[in-house]
Design a protein around this ligand. Structure first.
Ligand code: SER
Length: 324
């Protein structure tokens, strides 16, 4: 049977890049990108979907005979703290709608992104294992921890093939993150290439797990390609990429921009970050579907700087225009 993919949240940091990879894999006509607003210049099929409205999802699934759904829409950790109850409503309602449509329409596979935000101080924060205790302290983290359990519920109760990854902070040159605690690690490269000083909202020694976009996308596709019987975790898989602190990324950037300046002005996001893991144990992902990251801080920095230089040379200084 033909695979037809629906991406919900296709304008986001991950969604915008994943959509392109899915088009390469399944063909442009077999990928339906969707978000709250149309994306200017997007090449391919695009539908406006507000995922809090189940009927909108039903319609698109029927029209295109969708067989897989990637549900990437969510309010992230930092923004979520500004509107906790609304964040809970949006993150959970959209997930329930996706799970319900998928159950009712016999969707083959569903992807639900979770996050390192599911962890809290109850977990060992160095090489945090997959089965660590979950006591998230942000509404985003709480919604992801609950979402993981709902994903597993739909698998156990209805046999729905839902798969999930706990992403570290995702770093890419193609798109910009929005509303997350790890966003600084993308912003810092933009500032470096523009030869501007960087004001960091985290303290210099705050180590967090991160992942280069190419690794994040490859992990997603590999998980979704893995044989069903290999997927032993139906909550979510830890994946590791690279762990570093603001001071370490700044030092790496200084190898290419020796005059690069960073100042530390920790705000409420420091509180969030200090309850998250510093590094991740991804043994389960390696064992079940062969996960192995390829990028370290050095190789990621080289590519980020090279690609952003090209973009700033050809494009405007307006960050929005840098989104794919
Ligand atoms: N990057 C996300 C955030 O900072 C974590 O999943 O909220």
């Amino acid at each position: 049977m033909k695979t037809v993919v629906l991406v919900i949240g296709a304008n986001g940091q991950l969604g915008s890049v994943l959509t392109e990879s899915l088009k390469q894999k399944f063909g442009e006509n077999n990928v339906i990108a969707s978000d709250l607003k149309h994306r200017e210049g997007y090449k391919g099929i695009f539908e406006i979907i507000d995922a809090t409205d189940i009927n909108g999802i039903h319609e698109v699934v029927d029209t295109y005979h969708v067989t897989q759904i990637y549900h990437l829409a969510a309010i992230l950790s930092a923004r979520g703290e500004e509107m906790p109850l609304q964040t809970w409503d949006i993150n959970m309602k959209t997930l329930f709608n996706v799970l319900e449509v998928s159950r009712q329409k016999n969707i083959d596979k569903v992807f639900f992104p979770s996050s390192i935000a599911v962890f809290g101080e109850g977990a060992i924060l160095d090489h945090t294992p997959n089965d660590a205790y979950l006591d998230p302290a942000t509404v985003y983290g709480i919604s992801k921890a609950a979402g993981e359990n709902w994903a597993q519920y739909y698998f156990l109760r209805y046999g729905l093939d839902v798969r999930s990854i706990r992403y570290p902070g995702v770093i890419g040159y193609q798109s910009l993150p929005g509303g997350g605690t790890t966003d600084y690690a993308v912003d810092i490269y933009h500032k470096a290439v523009r030869q501007e000083d960087f004001s960091c909202f985290l303290d210099k020694n705050t180590t967090l797990p991160m992942i280069f976009m190419d690794d994040a996308i490859r992990a997603t596709l590999e998980l979704m390609d893995a044989p069903k019987e290999n997927i032993t975790l139906r909550t979510s898989y830890n994946i590791a990429g690279v762990s570093f602190s603001p001071a370490e990324i700044a030092a790496e950037i200084r190898k290419l921009y020796p005059d690069f300046k960073i100042a530390y002005h920790p705000d409420f996001r420091q509180e969030i970050a200090s309850r998250w893991p510093k590094s991740i144990d991804d043994t389960m992902a390696t064992k079940d579907w062969g996960w192995k990251p390829e990028f370290d801080l050095e190789s990621m920095t080289t590519i980020m700087i090279q690609k952003l230089k090209e973009k700033y040379k050809t494009g405007s200084r307006n960050l929005e225009s840098l989104v794919l």
